[in-house]
Structures are given as C-alpha cells and as structure tokens.
Ligand binder design. Structure first.
Ligand code: PEP
Ligand code: MG
Length: 324
C-alpha cells in the first residue's frame, strides 16, 4: 500500500472531472519537513510555530527564531510555507511564559489574544519571519481571530515591522501573503469585511468544531458525541466555499479532518480545493481525490443538506464504495 502511495508522489491531486486539489503538509518541527519530497506535498499549509517554542527551555530571541524559520524556508525550497504566529495558551503552555490560569483554556487567553495584549512577543516573531524570508515569498497567518478588528490590529503590527525592516535597509520579501485561521465561528459572519483584507483563510476544524458544538476537543467522554460529517458541519463548509468563491481569497482546511479520506472527499464535494494534513495522509487523500467525480458528489451532498441524521458518514461511505 505504501508503495502504491509513493507511486502517486509525482502525480497531481486531480479529480476525474478535472478539479485540482492542493494538498499541503502540517508541520511544526524540522523533522516534519523531511516529508516534503517523500510525499510530493504542494507546500507547508500550516507551520505551527509554537512547537519549536515548546521544546525549548527559554524564550528564543529574534536571531534564534529567524534561524528556525530560515531553515524551514530552505527545506521547503520553492514551495510555499504558511507560518502561523504563536498559538500558546489553551492546552499549549511554555515553561518560561506565565499565561495565568483560565477556567476554560480553549476559550481563554491564547493565540492572537496574547499576541495583541503582549505585542512585543508578536512583534519579535514577525521581525524574525521577515528577517528569515530575505527576498523569498512570505506567508503569515494569525490564529484564533474572532473579529476583523483583531486582524486589522495584527496586520498593523506586521506593516510596522515591514516598514522598520525597510528603514534598516533589509531585503524585503518578494511577496507577502497575510491570512487568518477560521477557528472561531463568529468570523463566519464577517466574511466580506475579512476577505477583502486578507489573501487566504485556513479553517482549523479542530477548534472550529469544538466551538460549533460547544464540545471540548480533548475530552475522551465527548469524542463520539458529534460527528465531523454531521449536516451542520457539511452546511458550514458549503456556505463558506460559496461565500468565498470568486473572492480571490484561497480557503484551506488544515484541521485533522482534512487528512481523513472520507472527510476530505466530503470537503472536495462541498467546493474546497485546498487541504493541509500530516504527512501520512497525503497519499491516501490523493488516491481518493484521483478517483472522485467532484461535481457528482456536490449534487449528492446538496441533496442531503437537510438530512435529519446525526451524520452523513454512512451515506458517504456508501457513496465512496459505489463510486470507486
Ligand atoms: C485547528 O484548530 O484545527 C488547528 C489546525 O490548529 P491547532 O490544532 O494547532 O489548534
Ligand atoms: Mg486551532
């Protein structure tokens, strides 16, 4: 089976009806990047910068951070890398940063909330990314954005840092793309204002689903409570892909569901064309995409959009079986 996936490495993730799907990797350690060539991934769709922070015992200064990001860009070569700014707090703590205690950490002081309240940290991180990029393409993504105003504030800090870099005579990135995660449902009802201000959007379905269902993503007692293939989730993605179509804003799904073939199939059927996942999922998802007629599945999913069932899993499994 592994050999079968390896054979797909140089083949495009293109559906039977000619739809191209971009498949990228989620990464956080340099070791994850070793999988780039092996999987034939289109880039790093999500680089979780908190991971290298978590494995250190002291706060990495700007040169140390820049060195990490430079190596990531070098390994990725000419493929794009999407750097997500720190998502600490919640369940991800740093031994050298006191984030206090929240009763509901997932909804607490984390990610961009810390970044905007402690702008020195965010500033240093952005400075390191600009430094690391040199004249390369730089993509920066802000996590846990709940309001357009937060993106505007974060972007202002980034613009400042770009200006400072220019004033210092530094080489600037040949292209800068800015995006946000979509993990907080409130963002869904600010899409026109949001997408006119960003280049891309990436759905963090792990957090998004826990907020949509008010269901802790880490609780074993709740792990079977709601299904990722429920009508609500499917309708969310359909609405999202319709609202962003023709906007020029690329939408990626980078939560765990994007790496599961049945879920990935549904996402493609709902109109998504960019998925980011762990290395082991690229082969199976590509094999699925290459045997799928995306438009036919779209019709099927539209037909079942008001299903009273808790999940479309059984239906979709049947569909996958009957259609190769
Ligand atoms: C997500 O929430 O789906 C996501 C990709 O971010 P993380 O898993 O790092 O919270
Ligand atoms: Mg998340």
């Amino acid at each position: 089976l592994r050999a079968q996936y390896a054979a797909l490495r140089h083949l495009p993730a293109q559906t039977l009806d000619g739809q191209s799907v971009k498949l990228q990797l989620n990464a956080g350690l340099l070791i994850d990047l070793g999988n780039m060539a092996e999987t034939g991934a289109d880039g790093i769709g999500l680089y979780r910068t908190e991971i290298p922070f978590m494995v250190r015992s002291a706060y990495p200064d700007v040169p140390t951070q820049a060195e990490i990001y430079r190596r990531v860009l070098e390994i990725a070569d000419d493929k794009p890398v999407t750097f997500r700014t720190l998502d600490i707090g919640g369940d991800k703590t740093l031994p050298y940063f006191d984030g206090g205690v929240d009763e509901n950490p997932a909804m607490g002081w984390r990610a961009i909330r810390i970044g905007l309240d402690r702008p020195a940290m965010l500033r240093q991180q952005l400075r390191a990314m600009i430094l690391a990029a040199g004249d390369r393409h730089l993509r920066i993504m802000f996590p846990m954005i709940a309001e357009v105003a937060e993106l505007v504030d974060a972007r202002r800090i980034l613009d400042d840092e770009m200006q400072l870099a220019q004033d210092r005579g530094q080489t600037l990135p040949n292209r800068l793309d800015v995006g946000t995660m979509l993990e907080v449902p409130a963002l869904m009802w600010q899409l026109p204002a949001l997408i006119s201000r960003i280049d891309f959007l990436s759905v963090g379905s792990n957090d998004l689903l826990q907020f949509l269902f008010a269901c802790d993503r880490g609780s074993p007692r709740l792990s079977d409570r709601y299904d990722t293939l429920s009508p609500a989730v499917m309708n969310f993605f359909r609405d999202l892909s319709r609202s962003t179509a023709e906007s020029g804003c690329t939408v990626t799904v980078c939560g765990e569901m994007a790496g599961r073939p049945l879920e990935a199939m549904a996402l493609i059927g709902l109109g998504l064309r960019s998925l980011s996942m762990s290395a082991g999922s690229i082969g199976p998802v590509k094999a699925m995409a290459r045997s799928l007629d995306a438009h036919r599945l779209t019709t099927f999913l539209d037909h079942h959009s008001q299903s009273p069932n808790r999940s479309l899993r059984t239906l979709l499994k049947g569909y996958a079986r009957d259609h190769g």
